[in-house]
Design a protein around this ligand. Structure first.
Ligand code: SAM
Length: 156
């Protein structure tokens, strides 16, 4: 089973790639975290934001497998504790489907992404910058895995 982070934004600064890679490389071989970077639609002068968000959504959704369990990252989604995330991870592993996590760009995710999602997950009630979200996501998935294995990384 794969955990696929489908994130708007390419060519991130080095600290973002380093942060993401630091946690992604800790995952066990049977539970890899993969990053799919979606190009951000160009926002020129007077951008048509809904159209650009839909363009990003088309690319996001084409990166998602037809059988994937889909979790959209949304400020207004459900708040999960580490223990809840660990138990979700156990359920997803039992289902055997790949899980795709969708992270929007500066204007967020289009409705089409929310419509495809099986779950909406909020990391915080703060709006976070999208480059930081992929790092947090990788760390939280590693932490959740460590809980499922009684690995000493997570201390409750
Ligand atoms: C800068 S935010 C977009 C802000 C946009 N105004 C909105 O309302 O979605 C970029 C992306 O990061 C993710 N994100 C930001 N803060 C988040 C949070 N607290 N919880 C979950 N995802 C978050 C979401 O996927 C969002 O689409």
């Amino acid at each position: 089973m794969r955990l696929r982070l489908v994130c708007v934004g390419q060519k991130m600064p080095e600290w973002v790639s380093q942060g993401f890679n630091e946690y992604a490389r800790r995952m066990p071989p049977e539970l890899p975290v993969e990053l799919v970077e979606i190009p951000m639609a160009h926002r020129g002068k007077n951008p048509d934001i809904p159209r650009l968000m839909q363009k990003e959504a088309d690319s996001i959704l084409s990166a998602v497998g037809p059988r994937d369990h889909v979790v959209a990252l949304e400020v207004g989604g459900r708040n999960w504790s580490t223990e809840k995330l660990a138990s979700q991870l156990g359920n997803w592993q039992q289902d055997g489907k790949d899980v795709s996590f969708l992270v929007g760009g500066p204007d967020g995710l289009a409705d089409a992404c929310r419509a495809r999602a099986d779950q909406l997950w909020s990391l915080s009630s703060l709006t976070l910058p999208h480059p930081l979200v992929r790092i947090l996501l990788a760390e939280q998935l590693y932490r959740a895995w460590s809980v499922t294995r009684n690995h000493p990384y997570h201390r409750a």
